[in-house]
Design a protein around this ligand. Structure first.
Ligand code: SF4
Length: 594
């Protein structure tokens, strides 16, 4: 199909609204392998946007490209837990077999291999994406087979299906994962008991947002309901990009009906007619099954007009794809992204409950939160708030990965100790646990009696285990690089601070740092915390500041001297000039002190 027809057909389904720019770019990327200049020109004309604007959007999202990457575009997960499982060696092996340099399309233009941030498969890593499709449990065998398939020019549709298998790995179930209610039960309860009663139940349940911030869900819904507006929206944030988090993947794979039901309950309460599920690009394989579930719900009267025969209860849900930008997990960035723009966080206030998607009142909640809300609508507040602690009612799903025998999903009542979790997942000889992902907290062994709860150790779900054999500085370095990659670049403290911090961590890791550098890391970290525009920048220095205070020895061991030493090798930096001039004599080198 010509690109012109493809774009016209797609935009016709979206009423030529510029808000669908990102979705259209996503479709073009996966249909044609890149977004060509011709496609950009056509989109600019059809949507009355400037080409520069479209280039800006493409440049913001890691999965969009304006130059070809070949029929096989491979991204290997760069998460620290994948490193621990040998992903770097497998990357080297794949590049050797295919004869490619990471990040650069092969000379014949047929394949590109690179790394990407965490793909949400830490319980079955190392993982990769091929043209956006997930492959887990990589080992030398799989790498060998994949390289053969590529060299044989086998269409990805013909690759053995088993290599695309993703498993749930649920090891502990509690309130949410043992529930046996039927589709529609929450909506029947809403219709029977009334929206005000169900909202009161959700408030009384004490349910707080499961994405990490922990705002009271019922109050958020109440504020949105009270806002004056002709339209309201319900948005489900399924962009779990925090390294080490993968619980939403499992909920959407196996419990999607309950998540959609929670969104529909919310819509009935606040008076919304449109809902959007923002699905992270890494979960492309879930899109089709989710679309099918939505269609089934329409056909059984659980979505669409007059839901369950209730006059005026109209609501439907659309899936929007993310395209590889961690910052879009932040709710205002996510809304920008849903509107087809670069995901730059908005200034707040005003908050989305009054000025959200399309500047209308919008509830944005996490996948787990919507599922919990649906079940509270069925079983009532007491069913939920008698589990957990006073300030953190109910249960929490944890995504456990790293050095343990049984990585996977564990649902616990809030208040469970870290020690208990480590015992359950088969972790031994543990040096530290990283809770809440790259932006979270590093917990040393002497604090393992602490509890998972908003009032103690709060987490969106990521729980990574590091045994005594690990160098924690590898983790810190991985996170420092992650934040440089994921900073949206809008504000200076984060954009520049994250690069300075990464350079200093690299310097320590390479054994070139002195004590002065550790002081600089403290200063830069504090500045980022106090001056960054959004939560990404304020939390990005956490791994460095936390480990500097709790694990000073990991830095001390890498310090070679206490005096100042340059952050880079000046002589090595002049190599390009020597190559250009053809000189390699002593005079072309910076002298070194003996
Ligand atoms: Fe962007 Fe970082 Fe500033 Fe947030 S803190 S707006 S991610 S540059």
């Amino acid at each position: 199909m010509s690109i012109n027809k493809f774009i016209s057909d797609y935009l016709a389904t979206a009423d030529y609204r510029s808000g669908y720019l990102l979705q259209c770019l996503y479709e073009i990327q996966y249909q044609y392998g890149c977004i060509s200049q011709q496609a950009i020109k056509l989109l600019a004309e059809k949507l009355s946007l400037s080409e520069a604007h479209i280039h800006g959007v493409i440049g913001f999202y890691a999965f969009l490209h304006d130059s070809p990457r070949g029929p096989y575009d491979i991204l290997i997960s760069d998460s620290i837990t994948d490193h621990m499982l040998g992903s770097r060696e497998l990357l080297d092996s794949l590049c050797d077999k295919l004869g490619v340099t990471p990040g650069i399309p092969r000379e014949d233009g047929r394949v590109t291999v690179n790394t990407t941030s965490c793909t949400g498969m830490c319980d079955q890593g190392p993982a990769m994406l091929v043209n956006g499709w997930t492959i887990t449990l990589l080992d030398e065998n799989r790498i060998e087979n994949i390289s053969k398939l590529i060299e044989a020019n086998t269409d990805i549709e013909q690759w053995p299906r088993e290599i695309f298998q993703v498993t749930d790995n649920i090891y502990r179930r509690d309130l949410l994962l043992t529930d046996e209610s039927y589709n529609g039960d929450a909506l029947k309860s809403l219709i029977k008991q009334g929206d005000e009663h169900i909202l009161e139940q959700i408030i009384a349940s004490g349910l707080r947002g499961r994405g990490g911030a922990g705002f009271t869900t019922g109050l958020k819904w109440r504020f949105c309901k009270q806002a004056t507006a002709d339209l309201r929206y319900v948005v489900c944030n399924a962009d779990e990009g925090e390294p080490g988090t993968f619980k939403d993947r499992v909920l959407l794979n196996t419990y999607a009906d309950k998540v959609f039901e929670g969104m529909t309950v919310c819509a009935g309460i606040i008076g919304a007619t449109e809902g959007l599920l923002y699905l992270r690009g890494e979960y492309r394989y879930l899109r089709e099954p989710l679309e099918q579930i939505l269609q089934d719900r329409r056909e059984t009267g659980l979505l669409g007009k007059n839901i369950l025969g209730e006059e005026g209860f109209d609501f439907d849900i659309e899936i929007h794809m993310g395209a590889g930008a961690y910052i879009c997990g932040e709710e205002s960035s996510l809304i920008e992204s849903l509107e087809g723009k670069r995901g730059i966080p908005r200034k707040r206030p005003p908050f989305p409950v009054t000025h959200g998607y399309q500047n209308k009142p919008t509830v944005v909640n996490n996948v787990e939160t919507f599922m919990a809300a649906a079940l509270i609508a069925i079983h009532g507040a007491d069913w939920f708030n008698t589990t957990g602690t006073k300030e953190s009612t109910g249960t929490k799903l944890l995504s456990i990965s790293g050095d343990c025998e049984r990585p996977g999903i564990y649902e616990y009542p809030f208040g469970v100790s870290i020690q208990q979790i480590l015992q359950d997942c088969g972790a031994k000889d543990v040096q530290a646990v990283q809770v809440a992902g790259a932006a979270g907290f590093t917990i040393p062994a002497e604090e393992f009696e602490r509890c998972i709860a908003f009032e103690d150790v709060s987490t969106g779900g990521s729980f990574m285990v590091f045994n005594q054999q690990r160098d924690l500085l590898d983790m810190v370095q991985n996170f420092a690089h992650f934040f440089v990659h994921e900073s949206c670049g809008f504000c200076t403290p984060c954009r520049v601070g994250s690069v300075l911090m990464k350079d200093l961590v690299d310097k320590v890791h390479a054994g070139h740092a002195g004590r002065y550098d550790l002081g600089e890391m403290q200063k830069i970290g504090q500045l980022m915390r106090s001056s960054s525009h959004c939560g990404l920048g304020t939390t990005a220095p956490n791994p460095v500041l936390d480990t500097l205070s709790k694990f000073p020895h990991i830095y001390e061991e890498h310090l070679k001297q206490s005096s100042y030493e340059p952050a880079f090798d000046l002589d090595a930096a002049l190599q390009d000039s020597r190559d250009i001039t053809g000189r390699d004599d002593a005079g072309a080198h910076i002298g070194t002190e003996s």
